[in-house]
Design a protein around this ligand. Structure first.
Ligand code: GAP
Length: 552
């Protein structure tokens, strides 16, 4: 992972936000190559989801087509949206604060190890849970060092304070939560990061993840609004507008790509968990009777997309949620997960969730906040029996003019993160192997084996030397390719082997070299980044050749 992070900085894929001021945790900037890569990820998604969606074959063999349209909604919306969606009441993480260091931790992510003072080995209450936020491979060393410090012994004796079965584990609520206190496992026995003594952590508290802002000049609490934590709600509240203004008929989907914001307590793992990130979401509206078929359709189709864009079978899984993980309104959710290199062996990180949301969102925006805990869903009421958060009161049902049926559509939501997908493609592409240098001697090289559609630069055009008409021919090809809409570069500096390596490292799939033979045979060499194969292609055909290779 360190090598990938360093390449991203060195070659201009990703920078820390506000780096010259020491950065800003949870925020990232995309550099010149990163912005092209992410734009290609978005475009590949939009093309597959919206512009070139294909026919659908139902389980009974009937073939039909369906509409997919796009939308772009505002980041700040009427605060009522978040009250009815449930985010105002429920979108929170549990966190604990350290009274001594004033640091804040996400409760379900505290990891560490139990350490036992030699004399108190048998006494569970004298055990200390030493927390760490070191990378998994360094977590053991880090806690041993801190155990030694805590028990005031030399570092090399740190090991002896650990119970044999004690491993680095991630704390979850059931293990150290309120119920566990009765079992003697309270937060009093925790030595928090940076603290000098145990017992400095507060009890877990809820922390809403939405960023608050003030709209208007008065600046009162009534003017508080929120940066959207998901793009999905912009689609739900426009359901009626889309139906009334376009020719869509159920089933149909609405797509949106845009920034979302979450005040994550512990942003981490490069761009994986950021406070500002981009989502690519579809809300697919269908008849309740066919919703299970559509759920399966989108789940499988999304998994296939990641594979088609280059993620390997071995590192990708589709994980169906267990029934007890599902919200009451959902009859199915599956996550597409990827084995990111910063995770422990056997662990996967979520790239996308595909959720069957039933009619929960449309009904909440019609009637008011539904109680997610009751089944069937009922309106959430305040102490006086009035709706806790009133809905829009607008009719968000769908009328099918062929069957004359009026119903509230069910929704299937494939919700992906553009930054997580970009990071996964970068991780998968990063390769260390060997390639011959100018003298034919094999040398180590780093390459990004990105899918050509995702690669920031599609081809690099090189004159072998700066004379004998080679630069002129090369510039002619360069201009022709630019005019054809290809993002290509021209370079005449340095030995050819070095120029190849520079392009391999940023993922350019093809290098085109104009050499001494070009003047006589009218052809150039096209070198493939992955196979290293070199083919002669006529100058007049090289643009079409690259275009056709890109189309696959
Ligand atoms: N509308 C449903 C929804 O927002 P989610 O699972 O909370 O569902 C969907 O988010 C996707 O957005 C995730 O699978 C992930 O790819 C991305 N995402 C969520 N939180 C993120 C964060 N803090 N940083 C980067 N990406 C994030």
């Amino acid at each position: 992972m360190d090598a990938i992070v360093s390449l991203c900085k060195r070659r201009g894929f990703l920078f820390q936000s506000s780096e010259i001021y020491g950065g800003f945790q949870g925020f990232w900037d995309y550099g010149p190559l990163g912005v092209e890569l992410k734009r290609n990820v978005r475009e590949a998604w939009w093309r597959d989801m919206v512009t070139s969606h294909d026919e659908y074959t139902a389980p009974d063999g009937a073939v039909s087509s369906f509409d997919m349209v796009g939308i772009e909604t505002s980041i700040i919306m009427n605060p009522q949206v978040w009250k009815c969606s449930g985010h105002y009441d429920l979108f929170h993480d549990m966190m604990v604060d350290c009274r001594e260091t004033k640091k804040r931790f996400r409760f379900d992510q505290i990891r560490g190890r139990w350490a036992t003072n030699g004399e108190a080995e048998a006494d569970e209450n004298k055990r200390v849970f030493i927390t760490t936020d070191a990378a998994p491979e360094e977590a053991v060393d880090d806690t041993e060092r801190r155990a030694a410090e805590f028990y005031e012994v030399k570092k090399k004796y740190g090991k002896k304070f650990f119970a044999e079965d004690s491993t680095i584990e991630t704390v979850d609520m059931s293990w150290l939560g309120p119920d566990a206190a009765a079992a003697g496992k309270s937060l009093d026995g925790v030595l928090a990061l940076g603290a000098s003594k145990v017992g400095t952590l507060t009890e877990p508290r809820e922390f809403n993840l939405m960023f608050k802002t003030i709209v208007g000049a008065l600046g009162t609490e009534e003017d508080a609004a929120f940066l959207r934590p998901e793009t999905a709600q912009g689609i739900f509240v426009n359901f009626k507008n889309v139906c009334d203004s376009s020719r869509v008929k159920i089933p149909f989907g609405v797509a949106q790509i845009g920034k979302s914001f979450r005040n994550e307590i512990t942003p981490r793992n490069f761009t994986f968990r950021s406070r500002e990130f981009e989502q690519m979401e579809i809300e697919f509206f269908c008849h309740p009777d066919t919703s299970q078929d559509w759920y399966k359709y989108w789940r499988d189709r999304r998994m296939a997309w990641y594979k088609a864009m280059g993620l390997s079978d071995e590192r990708l899984i589709l994980r169906e949620h267990d029934p007890d993980e599902l919200s009451h309104y959902s009859t199915g959710t599956a996550d597409v997960e990827y084995a990111f290199p910063f995770l422990d062996d056997g662990e996967y990180g979520e790239l996308e969730g595909i959720a069957h949301r039933g009619d929960f969102d449309l009904r909440s925006h019609m009637e008011g906040k539904l109680d997610e805990k009751s089944n069937p869903l009922e309106l959430q009421l305040d102490a006086d029996g009035n709706p806790k958060w009133k809905g829009s009161g607008k009719d968000l049902q769908y009328f099918d003019d062929q069957t004359r049926e009026r119903f509230t559509p069910h929704v299937i939501e494939p919700s992906a993160g553009a930054d997580r997908a970009t990071l996964a493609f970068l991780c998968e592409a990063y390769t260390e192997d060997e390639a011959p240098d100018d003298k034919g001697v094999m040398q180590k090289r780093v390459s990004l084996k990105l899918h050509p559609r995702l690669a920031p630069i599609k081809a690099a055009i090189f004159p072998l030397i700066k004379k004998l008409g080679m630069p002129e021919t090369a510039l002619g090809i360069y201009r022709e390719m630019k005019a054809a809409g290809l993002n290509v570069i021209y370079s005449q500096q340095g030995a050819i082997g070095r120029r190849y390596r520079q392009q391999d490292e940023i993922g350019t799939p093809w290098c085109i070299t104009i050499d001494g033979d070009t003047a006589t045979d009218g052809a150039v060499t096209v070198r493939d980044r992955d196979t290293l194969e070199q083919t002669r292609v006529p100058v007049s055909e090289v643009t079409n050749e690259i275009l056709s290779r890109l189309r696959g």
